[in-house]
Ligand binder design. Structure first.
Ligand SMILES: NC(=O)c1ccc[n+]([C@@H]2O[C@H](COP(=O)([O-])OP(=O)(O)OC[C@H]3O[C@@H](n4cnc5c(N)ncnc54)[C@H](OP(=O)(O)O)[C@@H]3O)[C@@H](O)[C@H]2O)c1
Length: 341
């Protein structure tokens, strides 16, 4: 049981209360005995007011109140805690200062161990054309999942914005058939490290019967569209010494496969293949320009009866967009393997 005038705190330590506390204060006010006369009692009351309010708990049980450090003074992660200013004791019990928290955790490095190399992929800026649906939107999804800064572009701002919002990536309006739209987009987007020329149309017809409009549309989009984008973005790649250009072509554009398919489409993709080969021979540094046939893919262009889902069709595009420095340049690929022009 606690003595009268003393309580026990949670740690079981005696704590002075009431008159016993006053007596304690009095004693700390440098008087040897408790005054008994009225005058003395008055003097004692005044003195008690002047005595700083200190806890009667033993010092070891006292908690030292620390005012929160201002934000600017807070130690930054990874840095050792800064020394406290010499303003009197802020720790208890006094004694040699323990090492800063970080220093306590740091283990000595064994001698001779090689420095750790991060396996994280480099985050790059990637721009994909015609990406509001089909293969383009899937390429954006995968590039974003790989940690790249993706710029999803489309000629239809409503559909493009909606696709970009769903993926949580940036949107820029881009009609590859319009020169001003390409230069405007390039100005807004700034330099990019990865360019996927994916926008495409599939106008039907033979050489002799396809209307001029179909020819114009196919050439403007599938060939000149990619050419415009290359001219807008590749110079900065060469200047910066790094770039990956992936031209989404088709086996229909391959002489080796008979230039099969509708004439405006086949001829425009053959021209895209020629552009790929020619541009690849002009670039320097770690810049690579390749073409890809994604296969027959279930999209609006490929139709519902097509062989491949978009998830599979984008594999080679993604591989070409992240080729290492010793990867191929100026090639034509399907399923990650070279195919003849
Ligand atoms: N699907 C296949 O089996 C297959 C096979 C071989 C190659 N490819 C090639 O793969 C690429 C993607 O085709 P896909 O299957 O995903 O076809 P898709 O679903 O029809 O998508 C084509 C995309 O290109 C866009 N586009 C068309 N003209 C454009 C322009 N002037 N400016 C900007 N964007 C434009 C379309 O936008 P809108 O929505 O505004 O029309 C659409 O987003 C094409 O280059 C195609 O030739 C496809």
């Amino acid at each position: 049981m606690a003595e009268p005038g003393a309580e026990r705190d949670v740690r079981g330590e005696a704590r002075l209360t009431g008159r016993t506390y006053e007596r304690f204060c009095y004693l700390h006010g440098r008087r040897s005995k408790v005054p008994s006369s009225r005058a003395d009692r008055r003097g004692r009351a005044e003195r008690i007011e002047r005595v700083p309010r200190i806890s009667a708990r033993p010092l070891a049980t006292r908690r030292i109140a620390r005012s929160p450090a201002p934000e600017s003074a807070a130690p930054r992660p990874g840095r050792a805690e800064p020394e406290a200013p010499a303003r009197g004791p802020t720790r208890f019990p006094p004694g040699p200062r323990s090492p800063p928290r970080d220093a306590r955790r740091r283990k000595p490095k064994p001698a001779g161990r090689p420095p750790r190399v991060s396996c994280r992929r480099v985050r790059r800026t990637a721009l994909v054309t015609g990406a509001n649906r089909g293969i383009g939107v899937e390429v954006c999804r995968r590039l974003a999942a790989d940690g790249h800064d993706v710029i999803l572009t489309a000629r239809d701002p409503v559909a493009g914005r909606e696709a970009a919002r769903e993926l949580g990536v940036r949107f820029e309006m881009l009609d590859v058939a319009d020169g001003a739209s390409v230069t405007g987009c390039a100005r807004r987007a700034g330099p990019v490290a990865i360019l996927v020329n994916n926008a495409g149309v599939f106008p039907p017809g033979t050489v002799l019967d396809a209307p001029s409009e179909s020819w114009r549309e196919a050439i403007e989009t599938n060939f000149l569209g990619a050419l415009r984008c290359c001219r807008a973005f590749v110079p900065a790649m060469v200047e910066r010494g790094y770039g990956r250009v992936v031209n989404v072509s088709s086996g229909y554009g391959a002489f080796a496969e008979g230039l099969d398919g509708p004439a405006p489409y086949a001829v425009s993709k053959a021209a895209l293949n020629a552009l790929t080969k020619k541009l690849a021979s002009e670039v320097s540094g770690d810049v690579k320009v390749n073409a890809v046939c994604p296969g027959w893919v279930r999209t609006r262009m490929g139709g519902e009866g097509a062989e491949l889902p978009v998830e599979e069709a984008v594999e080679t595009i993604l591989w070409l967009s992240s080729l290492p420095a010793d990867g191929p340049n100026g090639g034509f690929f399907r399923d990650r393997a070279p195919i003849p022009w």
